[in-house]
Design a protein around this ligand. Structure first.
Ligand code: PAF
Length: 282
């Protein structure tokens, strides 16, 4: 595996690779790899000739006061893991190389960036869309792979690629969970033992909702009340509990096929998200 830090060098590699007729998959990340990232890499490596993993803690998707400075970093360990999981290139630019002083452009995907996580993180998805626009242009991938845990992010990216006519296939990869059900996240390292235990209420409440929907309960307000009680009993502070359409991200009147239940809650100071999609309801 080769490590590239300069955007111009990344571009040159991609152009050369495409000229030889090889396909490129991209897994964009912010590093501190866990099994969720590694399964994205293996999934991606099996679907293209060459795999580029980008590792960039993107400053413009963090609001002031968020965890940009303390976001966990482990560059050498990450490089070894990326190499062992199929990466040909690890692209890790410095912030100043991606955002020079006179950088002025923001890409906004209006209409689906403002609700859910966007409500407490205004500007977050514009930061994500902007860095991905740059990564897509530099890497020129045939396909790019993202985890479904960040379900709103995936919807924003699909819309971005459609609207700006990039010929890039966007693939979602199912959430990877710890054996006890907690969705893997780089931010799980912030949790102490009690907060980690309390966080299990997130997957448990998704399970509860699946069970209740299976029993025939389809009213979001009823299910929301029950989930809120489960999260609160565990000591979590829910930020949102929403039943939305998987494409429009608009709230649904009744849970049906293609509805996504999306949750965000704090365990201690750590903000966690999780979701599940309902299918084949009768
Ligand atoms: O999901 C992430 O880790 C980031 O939001 C992404 C897609 C790498 C953009 O910075």
């Amino acid at each position: 595996m080769e490590t590239i830090t300069q955007p111009a060098e990344m571009s040159a590699w991609s152009e050369q690779t495409r000229r030889t007729g090889q396909s490129i998959a991209l897994v964009p990340t912010m590093g501190f790899f866990h099994e969720g990232h590694l399964s994205l890499m293996r999934f991606a490596a099996a679907r293209a000739d060459r795999l580029v993993v980008s590792l960039f803690v993107n400053p413009i998707q963090f609001a002031p006061g968020e965890d940009l400075e303390r976001y966990p970093r482990a560059r050498e360990r990450d490089a070894a893991l990326a190499a062992a999981n199929g990466a040909d290139i690890l692209f890790c630019p410095e912030p100043a190389a991606m955002y020079p002083r006179d950088f002025r452009t923001t890409v906004t995907v209006a209409g689906i960036s403002e609700g859910l996580c966007g409500r407490s993180r205004p500007g977050h998805f514009a930061g994500v869309a902007t860095v991905l626009a740059k990564l897509f242009n530099l890497v020129q991938p045939d396909r790019a792979i993202f985890g479904e845990k960040d379900f709103q992010q995936l919807a924003v990216i699909r819309t971005l690629v459609r609207d700006l006519n990039w010929n890039i296939e966007i693939l979602g990869h199912p959430i990877v969970r710890e054996p006890d059900g907690l969705a893997m996240s780089s931010r799980n390292v912030y949790l102490n033992k009690d907060e980690r235990q309390a966080a299990l209420a997130l997957p448990l409440s998704l399970e509860h909702a699946r069970h209740r929907v299976g029993q025939g309960e389809r009213r979001p307000e009823v299910l929301r009340g029950e989930i809120n009680a489960i999260l609160a009993a565990a000591g979590l502070r829910p930020e949102y509990i929403e039943f939305v359409d998987e494409l429009s991200l608009q709230p649904v009147a009744l849970v049906g096929e293609g509805t996504v239940l999306a949750l965000a809650a704090r365990s201690g100071a750590t903000r966690l998200i999780d979701n599940c999609r309902f299918k084949q309801l009768d």
